[in-house]
Design a protein around this ligand. Sequence first.
Ligand SMILES: NC(=O)c1ccc[n+]([C@@H]2O[C@H](COP(=O)([O-])OP(=O)(O)OC[C@H]3O[C@@H](n4cnc5c(N)ncnc54)[C@H](OP(=O)(O)O)[C@@H]3O)[C@@H](O)[C@H]2O)c1
Length: 251
Amino acid sequence: MKALITGASSGMGRDLARVLSARGCELVLTARREERLEELKRELGAGVRILPADLSDPAACFGLYEKTRDDGIDILVNDAGFGVFGPFDETDLDRELRMIDVDVRALHILTKLFYRDFKKRDSGYILNVASAAAFQPGPLFSSYYAAKAYVLRLTEALAEELRRDGSRVYIGALCPGPVATEFDSVADVRFSVRSLSSFAVARYAVDRMFARKTVIVPGMQMKLARFAERFLPEAAVVRAAYHMQRRKTHP
Ligand SMILES: NC(=O)c1ccc[n+]([C@@H]2O[C@H](COP(=O)([O-])OP(=O)(O)OC[C@H]3O[C@@H](n4cnc5c(N)ncnc54)[C@H](OP(=O)(O)O)[C@@H]3O)[C@@H](O)[C@H]2O)c1
């Protein structure tokens, strides 16, 4: 099998590349930091192609598809993403729009293009990296949580369309809580709960993807939190979310 992984220069994308490589997949890796991708290519050996790209530019997303459409991609992993933290009136609009371009728009474009191809041939896997942030509104991290809700809802809806069509194509959303990567330093936050290991999350995600699970939630803590949220009024969940977020700057 061959996998195209976005966000492969760091964190979960890099570990997803390691896990899929160890399972015999050939890889096409993308991110902006070319030297990081070169380093990973050296680590993983043969069967790795790198295509550096800035996915905040829609033209780069279409270009990535054009460069890989004849490569026989079987697995698309939409991992690239980042968060912008802070009160909504203080966060930088340009940075937020770039975040929406990467976290939502690039993922949407690549999902659409590969989804169509996969549907035609009735095979293929799409793993979209959402977040546990997708499960509720996130005051002080508002646009990031909203972006991840988009990823989760899009993915769930497409999974149902595929199921109705009797398609063998898989689509799923990975929804972890805090994971030890560069995410927190990029977003300039400190996690208020213990983070999971990125490699463990990647291994779990790949297992659950091949088991065709639509919503993948690693770690018992997040599974329990998601379960408990079902029994609480939305207003209480949002208030609790505010306090959780506030602790990221005032631990
Ligand atoms: N860490 C967490 O706690 C956590 C929890 C839930 C979900 N997530 C999600 O997991 C995904 C991976 O994040 P991570 O935690 O592994 O963080 P990370 O270590 O910061 O990795 C983010 C990746 O996204 C890439 N990226 C960012 N902007 C890009 C752009 N404009 N064009 C192309 N690639 C870009 C980065 O590559 P370059 O900088 O080289 O371009 C990097 O490879 C993200 O979607 C994130 O929202 C993270």
